[in-house]
Design a binder for this molecule. Structure first.
Ligand code: ADP
Length: 445
């Protein structure tokens, strides 16, 4: 097993709730923390909770949270000896992982080469196929420029097909095509969007599934061995972005889930994967199809924590310090997470502003992960998610009932949020395991 040099001071290359979450885990383990912030995040909660805080640039993310040089300088000045990337921003950039390691710092994520392989969707799919994980019918690699060849590929796959950017993420960089007539325009458009958004216009084709669920598997691994901590159902989505996540996934045969868990563990062993990660699948008509891997902690890791009792961020830090993998946990009860976004309920557009008052829910099984406080600013420059409400219960019904009550109690004044929308989804008959698919939230809204 590879052991990392010991570290004592962790720089968190992120903001918002995940920065707060990581700071809490570090301090509980006796590690000092360094927060970084843009000028828009002056006074933000993560800067107040960390051992020290350094401004790394102006508000636009490309000048601050995405600025590798500024982050490395902050690490040098503050004496940090490890970097946690959180999610989003630079968390899946192999060049960042490489730059951090080249500075002699511990990168709290897998090796740069693994990030490069698994962060690129085309090479991730190929790597998964090679270890026997089922994937969707598709173009078997990048499609290139030859339109005749692309048309032939789409014909073979069968319409509808999905055009996807290999570098895509966050629900962006994909387009459904229903007929050969629409293919060329859709390819051109997706290519130019991918170039602009990700700086990489590599595209591939995948069979579009009409009514799948999104099921993903959480893993933790040490380069030799791996442990799968079970699955999450993230089918409640809007525009390919997750709104509600839960664990375990209701209504799926447990033997099938367990065989998938073993296959994910085996895939980690053959990839010599190290750290936490998530294998994402679509599930339809009793079959699983791999779509992508996230080589970092995810927003929805909390529901796995609630049902397994494992603090995933602490486990990630301890693993990097040479601790053994956690023992396989006993899954207990059911957990649901609602993402609370600052958005206008009518237009569904971001609603930044100042939080004037904040009233928080409580009681058994209720958890609130957020960087909000009364007086906090929600800047317009970043993702609109401002908090995560997580409820645990003995059963799915109890978790949902607790979530309804918690959403009612949660009052965030000064900005608009999607709380009413979340209540509507939870109350819908389609939120049952048998009706749920990735399109049900859109149908409802
Ligand atoms: P991202 O990296 O942007 O999250 P994913 O590949 O994980 O992209 O896909 C995001 C979502 O898009 C999935 O959760 C699912 O809702 C939808 N999706 C992806 N691939 C397909 C497919 N082949 N057929 C139908 N829906 C899909």
């Amino acid at each position: 097993m590879r052991t990392e040099p010991p570290f004592t001071r962790v720089l968190i290359a992120n903001r918002g709730e995940i920065a707060v979450r990581i700071i809490r885990a570090c301090h509980q383990l006796g590690l000092a923390t360094v927060a970084v912030y843009s000028s828009a995040d002056r006074g933000a909660l993560h800067t107040r909770l960390a051992t020290s805080a350094i401004c790394i640039g102006p508000a636009p993310a490309k000048d601050s949270y995405l600025n590798i040089n500024a982050l490395l300088t902050a690490a040098r000045i503050s004496g940090a000896d490890a970097v946690h990337p959180g999610y989003g921003f630079l968390s899946e950039r192999a060049d960042f992982a490489r730059a951090v390691t080249a500075e002699g710092l511990v990168f709290l994520g897998p090796d740069a080469d693994t990030i490069a392989t698994m962060g690129d969707k085309v090479s991730a799919i190929n790597a998964m196929k090679a270890v026997g994980i089922p994937t969707l019918p598709g173009s078997d690699g990048a499609v290139g420029d030859d339109m005749d060849r692309i048309e032939a590929l789409a014909d073979t796959i069968g319409y509808p097909v999905l055009i996807k950017a290999s570098a895509g993420g966050g629900g962006r960089g994909m387009r459904r095509v229903d007929s050969a007539m629409a293919l060329k325009d859709a390819i051109d458009l997706t290519r130019s969007e991918a170039k602009a958004a990700f700086g990489d216009d590599t595209l591939y084709l995948e069979k579009f599934l009409p009514h799948p669920r999104h099921i993903e598997f959480q893993i933790i691994a040490n380069g030799e061995d791996a442990l799968c901590l079970g699955e999450r159902d993230c089918s409640a989505q809007r525009r390919h972005q997750k709104l509600i996540e839960e664990a375990p996934a209701p209504g799926i045969d447990r033997d099938l889930i367990e065989s998938m868990m073993h296959r994910c563990e085996q895939a980690c062993r053959s990839l010599k994967y190290r750290g936490v990660g998530t294998f994402e699948f679509l599930y339809q008509d009793g079959a699983f199809f791999f779509i992508e891997m996230n080589t970092r902690i995810q927003v929805e890791h909390t529901v796995t924590e609630m049902v397994t009792g494992i603090d995933l961020i602490a486990a990630q830090l301890q693993l990097a310090q040479g601790a053994p993998l956690p023992a396989p946990p006993q899954v207990r009860g059911h957990a649901i997470e609602c993402r609370i976004n600052a958005e206008d309920p009518r237009t569904q557009l971001p609603s930044p502003g100042k939080v004037n008052a904040l009233m928080l829910p409580g009681g058994p099984g209720v958890r609130w992960d957020s960087a909000l406080f009364a007086g906090a600013a929600v800047p317009p420059h970043y993702d609109s998610m401002v908090g995560k409400l997580i409820c645990h219960g003995d059963s799915r019904e109890q978790a949902i009932a607790r979530m309804h009550q918690a959403l009612t109690e949660l009052k965030i004044e000064g900005i608009h949020t999607n709380q009413a929308l979340q209540q509507k989804i939870l109350a819908s008959d389609d939120f049952s395991p048998w009706q749920q698919d990735i399109h049900f939230a859109a149908r409802l809204l």
